[in-house]
Design a protein. Structure first.
Length: 262
């Protein structure tokens, strides 16, 4: 390549018989495009500086990498000085007058009194209950929100809130800054977080920490299926059941979390 060729320049390649072929390659920095992949007629600089161009560049994968990076930086910066914390998962659809809301509120207060910050997804329902309980007990109430088609926003009981575009960035924050997970009844989102945590602990990707299911009536069917199907068919081992604690008692849930720190 000549010295005056820029990073978006074309390069000619010779054929095996010594004859020059068409300009079959385009260099975009470290990327080489050949044959039918080199059809762009403008350079990166031109697209960057041309204000008349379309705005769809913000949706490109390379731009998303920077967005993802910025979300990690923002999350790490916001949560870096958070004290020991417990993440509480549960349904956003739980009404304020439901017993599960009251239990989440009681749990949030109990954790705060034990010196734990309470982290939730920041939404309504069980999440609001846990944040509310922590806040009312003068604890540290944290909400990690997520961008959804049906916009919810952070509940009013969150002291520190961070909103994320990407689920996997948000999940990293839950795991990185928590010493335990407590799951109240919930839907797909709660199950997703539960099994993500179980997988990470089972495979030793994170330091072993307790995972508590609060509400025996709700969780017993899932636990029975794990025992009678997954364990029976050898999909998981018997000892993997020890990763899960199930109780109806807020006090017992807090005790399990507390003792795991000793």
């Amino acid at each position: 390549m000549n010295s005056d060729q820029g990073p978006d320049s074309f390069e000619e390649f010779g054929s095996s018989d010594g004859h020059s072929t068409e300009k079959s390659a385009k260099h975009k920095g470290s990327v080489v495009l050949r044959r039918g992949r080199n059809t762009e007629t403008s350079t990166s600089d031109q697209r960057l500086l041309d204000e008349r161009g379309p705005g769809n560049w913000i949706h490109s994968d390379t731009w998303r990498v920077l967005r993802i990076q910025s979300e990690f930086v923002e999350g790490f910066g916001a949560l870096a000085e958070v004290p020991k914390a417990v993440t509480v998962f549960g349904s956003a659809r739980t009404p304020v007058d439901h017993p599960e809301y009251a239990r989440a509120r009681q749990l949030g207060a109990a954790l705060a009194k034990e010196g734990f910050a309470v982290i939730t997804g920041g939404g309504p329902g069980v999440m609001e209950g846990a944040n509310r309980g922590a806040s009312e007990a003068d604890g540290y109430s944290i909400g990690l929100g997520i961008e959804l088609p049906f916009e919810q926003g952070l509940n009013e009981w969150v002291d520190l809130g961070v909103n994320f575009r990407y689920f996997f960035v948000r999940k990293t924050m839950f795991v990185k800054y928590s010493q335990a997970f407590v799951c109240l009844p919930g839907g797909f989102g709660t199950l997703d977080e539960l099994f993500e945590a179980l997988t990470l602990v089972q495979t030793a990707k994170v330091t072993r920490f307790p995972i508590v299911l609060l509400g025996k009536d709700f969780w017993s069917g899932l636990l029975d299926w794990i025992k009678t199907t997954l364990v029976k068919e050898g999909k998981v081992s018997e000892k993997d059941l020890d990763l899960i604690h199930c109780t109806d008692s807020v006090d017992e849930a807090v005790r399990i979390v507390r003792e795991a720190q000793q």
